[in-house]
Design a protein around this ligand. Structure first.
Ligand SMILES: [Zn+2]
Length: 444
């Protein structure tokens, strides 16, 4: 397994910290709104990362947080005359619905800031004790100048960053790059701390959770490319202050999903919410996975439509093959390996093992479609067809594509028999009518 590590900017062979286990942490959403289709890209991609590691036989501990305390949540709560907790609950529920819509698993550990407050506070206390953080009038800031290799992930250096930083009107900071660990607040929900009432800064929640859940060291840290700086850089800096080991051995960042060549933006009205997407979500999943995760995707309605149609074709091929085997009572037979399929399988796994290149893997899925269509048309190819259906199942499981096909019910089977009889007896009117029903079910 090879992974492109953002930290080194190299393709590296994956070596887990603990044998047969992969510990992954992916930064989750701030829950004050419904998610856009751009936010669905990491939701889909890292779900595939988990699925593929599981396919390879690893136990995967997948963690992705909820930021349920934040300025935006407070603003939303005031706007809607609700509590912050109510706002967060509503959008956590909505987030899980969207995750399910796009075919990703919701069964992973999802820590929330409100549940980790004491861990976050004690993490900040340690940083203050070691002089990596300083307190000014109830606020706590991280002292960036104390970390020698600050900028290591995003490839920036501290001098360039300092001169390029916007001059902030914050006299409390020693250095404009210093970031907030704890913020004194007088608006919205407040928590008690050794520095007075307030709430934690965003950058500490992920490191405190990784500390608590994984002992401060994970295999893979993931997120969107926009999180690389400053969020992930600041995670590295804080971990560096407390430990002499890396927080994550591999950093993975997915590229953006733009709309009509423009960055998705709420203020420009240039965005589409996942829940409002008026297409088959499996087609959308196929669309996002058809580009290598590090490359940007440019969304257009035409492009998505073409992938939705592609998904329909894929599904039809699979469904027809599946039902042909079902009608022949062949689904439980033992399958023999076939050379052409072996090649497709090997190429698929090789593509996935090469930094999760789902784009190349999907090319193999399309080769499987061609092969299967041929075998469906042949008379005596049930064994080849069964091998193809099994391979389809494997590919679908890895990519999280679900054709939602199950064995034919007794009722459907009898419609099929009736259709076959009508055809044999040249009762074309009846046969046509039944054919339509069966075609709607994807059987013919
Ligand atoms: Zn994070």
């Amino acid at each position: 397994m090879k992974i492109h590590n953002t930290l080194t900017n190299k393709l590296e062979t994956f070596k887990p910290i603990h044998k047969d286990t992969v510990n992954i942490y992916v930064c989750g959403p701030t829950v004050y709104n419904y998610i856009q289709i751009g936010n669905a890209r990491p939701v889909i991609f890292f779900d595939v990362v988990r699925r593929f590691f599981e396919y390879l036989g690893y136990t995967v501990n997948f963690v992705s947080n909820f930021t349920d305390i934040d300025d935006k949540i407070i603003t939303k709560a005031i706007e809607d005359q609700k509590t912050e907790l109510e706002v967060a609950e509503k959008f956590i529920k909505a987030f899980y619905e969207d995750v399910e819509r796009v075919g990703s698993s919701t069964k992973y550990l999802a820590p929330r800031v409100t549940e980790y407050m004491s861990s976050i506070i004690s993490y900040i206390e340690k940083l203050v004790d070691r002089d990596y953080a300083y307190v000014v009038d109830g606020d706590v800031y991280f002292r960036v100048s104390k970390v020698e290799d600050y900028g290591i992930l995003s490839g920036r250096n501290i001098n360039d960053l300092t001169s390029g930083a916007r001059i902030e009107i914050n006299k409390n900071k020693e250095n404009p790059l210093d970031f907030t660990l704890w913020k004194k607040t007088d608006k919205g929900i407040k928590y008690p701390s050794p520095w007075g009432e307030g709430r934690p800064g965003w950058h500490t929640e992920c490191v405190a959770m990784i500390e608590d859940i994984f002992g401060g060291k994970i295999d893979i840290h993931g997120g969107g490319a926009d999180l690389m700086f400053p969020h992930h850089e600041n995670e590295i800096a804080q971990n560096h202050a407390l430990h002499n080991h890396k927080i994550a051995n591999y950093w993975m960042h997915n590229g953006f999903l733009n709309i009509d060549n423009k960055k998705m933006s709420k203020s420009d009205g240039n965005y589409i919410l996942v829940k409002d997407l008026d297409y088959d979500y499996m087609g959308f999943r196929l669309f996002t996975l058809s580009t290598y995760y590090r490359s940007p995707i440019n969304y257009t309605d035409e492009l998505l439509t073409s992938y939705v149609n592609e998904w329909e074709k894929l599904k039809r091929t699979y469904t027809q093959a599946f039902y042909k085997l079902d009608l022949a009572d062949y689904l439980d037979e033992k399958v023999q390996a076939y050379e052409p399929l072996k090649k497709i399988e090997d190429n698929f796994i090789e593509a996935m093992s090469n930094d999760f290149n789902t784009a190349n893997a999907i090319t193999e899925l399309q080769n499987l479609v061609k092969y299967t269509n041929q075998k469906t048309r042949q008379k005596d190819a049930l064994n080849e067809l069964l091998a193809a259906v099994k391979l389809f199942t494997t590919f679908f499981e890895i990519l999280g594509l679900d054709p939602r096909v199950s064995r034919m019910s007794k009722a459907t089977r009898s419609i099929y028999m009736e259709w076959a009889d009508a055809r044999k007896n040249k009762n074309f009117e009846k046969a046509d009518r039944l054919r339509e029903t069966l075609s709607e079910k994807g059987i013919l």
